[in-house]
Write a protein that binds this ligand. Structure first.
Ligand code: HEC
Ligand code: HEC
Length: 377
């Protein structure tokens, strides 16, 4: 009897210890699968309601760790040759990732152009006011070299030696070994792809989840989308449901901003300086109007401080130049039956006020306060 009990007891002990030997499912991969060190957690972009599907070739290679890594890099001043500048110095979340000053100073001098917003660029096939880079990673490399003065010879070893960075690089790019320069830019691209704005009041109006006030209705249905203002021709490319979303049909236009008699007179030739085509001189990428109220100063040269000034420009200060868009050209003033080289949509005070309300509706505070987009430092 005693022997039987002892036998049963030892059986229980053996069974229990066998149970303890079973690998813990939570740690299983780390202890038995060496590759798990190099495997990040897949991140799937949730397409907001009404947005078109994503064709970006990088959309399936995003990881949680890659995005975290890109975010750190985006905010890290140690990447710049001076140690004083990060991407986020000129691209501030509270301004829709735009800059709040007219022209910023980079490592080698004053920038020529105003820094635009960074939002919903996962859908964008061209980067910069003149579209000179095709992807976010190529753009980030351009900015890394020209804005930050990033030197791979010092930045790469610095990142490699930092245990947080080293772990994130391993997870994001799925292999051991050395950090490479191109991975820096791929990670920044991942972070930027995760910067999605889709919750402004304007989005709710477009989705039918909110009611237009009479002022908003006037601004949208009689000015923005009619030839009273012509705005939709350029700021609603591709006829998307969400008109301020930059999606398909990105094009370059001349909105009558600069004064020029010939194509060589444009102070900034914009797209023309990239393609060399005479029909591209003075053209700039149609900017998104999303979060426009917080992303001033406005235009490629940051010449306007306020949205009131922008509205007054479209109302009364358009210029007819070579390559002026037809929707701008048809608003030139006439005197004695002659077309002048200046003009405007000539809004009433009420129309200006209504347009301003509509532009303010495009502010997405959930984006501007998104904790996942804030500095990790
Ligand atoms: C010193 C200021 C400054 C810094 C630092 C800076 N940028 Fe920019 N950024 C700009 C300016 C100015 C432009 C517009 C230039 C142009 O279009 O020619 C721009 C344009 C962009 C655009 C294009 C957006 C669009 O809609 O076309 C992206 C994306 C961007 N920057 C990301 C970055 C990243 C990533 C970094 C860090 C690697 C960075 N920037 C660092 C000033 C800066
Ligand atoms: C013919 C095309 C066209 C039309 C029509 C047009 N825009 Fe624009 N808009 C542009 C382009 C292109 C720019 C950038 C121009 C530049 O910087 O040289 C711009 C710039 C802007 C900006 C500044 C954006 C920024 O990030 O700096 C605002 C705001 C704006 N437009 C609002 C409007 C409104 C409101 C209307 C209608 C009353 C309108 N636009 C009509 C093409 C157009």
């Amino acid at each position: 009897m005693k022997a039987k009990i002892l036998f049963l007891l030892s059986l229980v002990i053996v069974l229990l210890s066998l149970e303890n030997c079973k690998p813990d499912p939570k740690t299983q991969t780390t202890s038995t699968d060496p590759d798990s060190l190099y495997r990040g957690t897949k991140y799937i972009i949730q397409i907001p309601f009404g947005f078109p599907s994503l064709t970006n070739p990088y959309k399936d290679s995003l990881t949680v760790e890659g995005i975290q890594l890109g975010r750190r890099l985006f905010y890290d001043k140690r990447l710049s040759s001076t140690g004083l500048l990060a991407c986020a110095s000129c691209h501030m979340l509270q301004h829709g990732f735009a800059d709040s000053i007219v022209l910023a100073t980079n490592v080698s001098g004053l920038n020529k152009r105003n820094a635009p917003t960074i939002q919903n660029l996962a859908w964008a096939p061209i980067m910069f006011w003149d579209g000179r880079q095709p992807t976010l990673a190529a753009q980030a490399q351009d900015a890394g070299h020209n804005e930050l003065g990033l030197l791979p010879a010092s930045a790469v070893p610095m990142l490699q030696a930092d245990s947080v960075y080293a772990r994130l690089f391993r997870k994001a790019f799925g292999r051991p070994g050395k950090v490479t320069e191109s991975e820096i830019y791929l990670a920044i691209q991942e972070f930027e792809m995760s910067a999605i704005s889709a919750n402004s009041r304007f989005d709710s109006l477009q989705r039918g989840q909110a009611q237009y006030t009479p002022e908003e209705s006037d601004a949208f249905f009689t000015i923005f989308t009619q030839n009273t203002g012509e705005c939709f021709h350029c700021h609603a490319e591709g006829n998307d449901l969400l008109m301020v979303n930059r999606t398909s049909g990105f094009t370059f236009r001349n909105n009558g901003l600069q004064v020029a008699n010939t194509i060589n007179d444009f102070a900034d030739a914009g797209r023309g300086a990239i393609t060399g085509l005479s029909t591209d001189y003075g053209l700039f990428k149609n900017p998104t109007l999303r979060n426009i109220a917080v992303s001033g100063p406005y235009m490629h040269d940051g010449r306007y401080k306020t949205l009131e000034q922008v509205i007054n420009f479209y109302s009364d200060s358009l210029h007819l130049t070579p390559n002026a868009d037809p929707n701008i050209a048809l608003h030139m003033d006439t005197a004695n039956g002659e077309h002048l080289l200046t003009g405007g949509m000539h809004f009433t005070a009420q129309q200006k006020a209504d347009l301003l309300i509509l532009l303010n509706d495009m502010t997405d505070t959930s984006f501007l306060n998104n904790p996942n987009l804030k500095s990790p430092f």
